[in-house]
Design a protein around this ligand. Structure first.
Ligand SMILES: [Zn+2]
Ligand SMILES: [Zn+2]
Length: 226
């Protein structure tokens, strides 16, 4: 399925990163019970087209869901989902109820600190996110020099690695492994992988502590950073 993750915070708040095209299937398959907030990495179709499915989570929550995105991503979301954000002519059901928060720097969800990580996806600036000892960096081909300091002391990293061949907007496997060598997280899962990476064969070729992500991958992480 398409890249997206679901984070259950110890505070009880549950966060989605991106609303992928597959959100409905993912939510049913993995029995997502509630969504309190959504963080958007960028507004490419594979990361946003499930946004309308948030309606069901409005019902389960009994209120609006807070969506966090930077100004560029909000511009894309507003254009794509004009019926939600512009001239809300339709009244009543049928439109997700969303609270808009523009990301301009680190922010809090309840008492949990979230650090947006500026990344480059080709020439496009997008965001990764860090919470405690965990960082999620999908859809990137370069980590700007000023972002490396935000990624020190990671326990777990999820990192883009599309395929072995170079790509203009995604890390290749070897480029991703260069990032792992520099950041030295305890464990790394490569995501946004394409059909050119056979799962077991690729996993066997990766260094210790690095594996391919997969649908349904689940793990815990610590809020403390060393
Ligand atoms: Zn993208
Ligand atoms: Zn993508």
């Amino acid at each position: 399925m398409r890249p997206s993750i679901y984070i259950e915070l110890s505070s009880g708040k549950n966060i989605l990163i991106d609303t992928s095209t597959d959100l409905r299937q993912q939510a049913l398959r993995f029995k997502l019970k509630s969504v309190d907030a959504v963080f958007y990495t960028h507004s490419h179709a594979d990361h946003i087209m499930g946004l309308d499915e948030l309606r069901r989570f409005n019902v389960l929550k009994g209120g609006p869901i807070t969506c966090y995105a930077d100004a560029r991503t909000w511009e894309g979301l507003r254009k794509t989902f004009f019926y939600i954000f512009e001239n809300r002519s339709q009244q009543g059901g049928g439109i997700p109820k969303l609270e808009v928060e523009e990301i301009t720097g680190p922010f809090l969800v309840g008492d949990t600190a979230v650090v947006p990580i500026p990344l480059l996806h080709g020439a496009t600036p997008i965001l990764g996110f860090r919470i405690g000892s965990f960082a999620y960096l999908t859809d990137c081909s370069k980590i700007p020099e000023s972002s490396w300091v935000l990624l020190k002391g990671l326990d777990t990293l999820i990192l883009d690695a599309l395929r072995h061949r170079p790509h203009s907007t995604h890390f290749s496997v070897s480029e991703a492994l260069d990032v792992v060598t520099r950041l030295k997280p305890n464990r790394t899962y490569l995501t946004h992988i394409c059909h050119e990476l056979p799962h077991s064969e690729t996993t066997a070729s990766l260094p210790a502590g690095v594996g391919l992500a997969y649908d349904g991958l689940s793990f815990s992480f610590d809020m403390d950073t060393d």
